[in-house]
Ligand binder design. Structure first.
Ligand SMILES: Cc1ncc(COP(=O)(O)O)c(C=O)c1O
Length: 439
């Protein structure tokens, strides 16, 4: 199983979320990346149509981030985050708080989206415990993706992500997902389906609203192929949470930092959660980092419930607020501001939407859903679910396009620095590959 250009069998690494045998027989390696383009190990040029894994809106290898991390590494490569600190993490927290909704000014740093979700679960538990409330039930949603740690898997509504892991958190109930199949090829929010939020009210009636600790949702379900919430749906979830004292958590790991053309999806939909998770674009994908941002009252309740001098929240990671990640985070948020990238995303989203929906006439395409700078192009399944999607992703790469497929949905999420010509190139290569697979 020799790698086709360098003398490395590739055998030793166990690759995540990948068909290891297939990949090692036919690898797709990226040797360099710059702006919106990748270079493959065969020296071909590949346009990045998914911003990596929806992480890099400002483009690969941004010089300002490289410089910031390099400078940081010259002066401090590590500080324990427990009982100590370094200035960059506080600076980054200030910058994050400038972007988060009003009254959500406290952020807990972690190293990934999965850690953000598990941390959010623990914050919810700590909050209710501080208030003396016994709420032990969590609500999530079918087709949800909340990462791969045990808390996130427990909240996961994607069957393959939990099939082989039978022991997960108890007391999690799933609302229905929001793709009804009634409205196809919709730009933006579907008109119908608001009533799906009533699942949460039904759980409150069935189990008692005062037993439910939190409701976790991705404002737009990303990894399952861009399921956009119907009009009024998130608003209704907010009302039900308020009525029963349930914490509403928005998992903004994909939707945060401009993907919707606003700071967060919360701003796009005008619905404020109590807790928001974030990762990916926090550092423009350049360093592993995530965060959990909470409403001020949640922070105050947990912190004030402990005796003076006592640790208030028994949680944290060795690499929480790592200096290199913080330097990358600060630089990324400055770039977003200086280059006005969220407005740019908003302006480009109309063109992107027109272009991506032009694929809907293709016989292999079943549905296209889009919002902001993100779209799910779902193709008709062939033989087994996900088979065609996997084949398309491979072919696209060698046709010069990177698009991440989950199952049979290609998730297209261009970088915010993309010009119209880049969007055109993505669409053209997407169509060419579909054509190639139609014969
Ligand atoms: C909504 C959501 N939550 C959590 C995660 C997990 O993030 P990570 O892969 O950084 O652990 C993802 C990853 O795609 C995500 O989309």
């Amino acid at each position: 199983m020799a790698h086709d250009t360098t003398p490395n069998s590739l055998d030793k690494q166990w690759i995540p979320f990948t068909d290891n045998r297939g990949f090692k027989a036919e690898p797709r390696l990226v040797t360099e990346a710059s702006g919106v383009y990748l270079t493959s190990h065969r020296d071909t040029k590949v346009i990045d149509g998914s911003s990596g894994l929806f992480c890099c809106p400002a483009g690969h290898c941004h010089p300002k981030i490289i410089e910031a991390v390099h400078e940081q590494m010259k002066i401090n490569t590590y500080t324990s985050p427990f009982g100590m600190g370094h200035p960059k993490s506080f600076l980054l927290a200030d910058k994050v708080a400038e972007l988060t909704p009003k009254g959500m000014n406290h952020v807990f740093f972690v190293n990934s989206g999965s850690e953000a979700v598990d941390t959010a679960l623990k914050i919810v538990m700590a909050y209710h415990s501080a208030k003396g409330e016994n709420r032990n039930r969590f609500v999530s949603r079918e087709r949800a993706y909340h990462g791969v740690n045990m808390g996130g898997v427990s909240l996961s509504g994607m069957v393959n992500n939990r099939r082989t892991f039978p022991v997960t958190m108890p007391n999690v109930v799933m609302m229905r997902h929001t793709w009804t199949g009634e409205e196809l090829n919709i730009k933006g929010q579907p008109e119908n389906g608001k009533e799906l939020a009533e699942d949460l009210e039904r759980f409150a009636q069935t189990y008692g609203g005062n037993t439910i600790a939190a409701c976790f949702v991705e404002p737009v379900a990303g990894s399952t192929g861009t399921l956009v919430p119907p009009k009024g749906y998130l608003e209704r979830l907010r009302e039900i949470c308020d009525a029963h004292g349930i914490i509403l958590v928005f998992d903004e790991v994909i939707t945060g930092f401009g993907r919707m053309g606003t700071n967060f999806a919360s701003d796009k939909f005008g619905v404020k959660p109590d807790i928001m998770t974030m990762a990916k674009a926090l550092t423009n994908g350049s360093m592993p980092m995530g965060g959990v941002c909470v409403r001020d009252e949640i922070y105050d309740t947990v912190v004030d419930s402990a005796n003076p001098g006592a640790i208030e929240f028994f949680h944290g990671y060795t690499y929480s607020g790592h200096p290199a990640a913080c330097a990358a985070g600060v630089a990324s948020l400055e770039i977003y501001k200086e280059e006005d990238l969220f407005s740019r995303a908003s302006e480009m989203s109309g063109y992107f939407s027109e272009c991506i929906h032009s694929l809907s006439d293709h016989p292999l395409v079943k549905d296209i859903r889009s919002i902001g700078m993100m779209a799910g192009v779902e193709v008709h399944a062939q033989d087994a679910p996900g088979k065609r999607g996997t084949q398309l992703q491979k072919s696209m790469f060698w046709n010069g396009l990177h698009v991440k497929f989950t199952g049979d949905s290609g998730i297209v999420a261009p970088m915010f620095i993309s010009e119209r010509q880049h969007i055109d190139e993505i669409i053209e290569k997407f169509r060419d590959t579909l054509n190639q697979h139609s014969n």
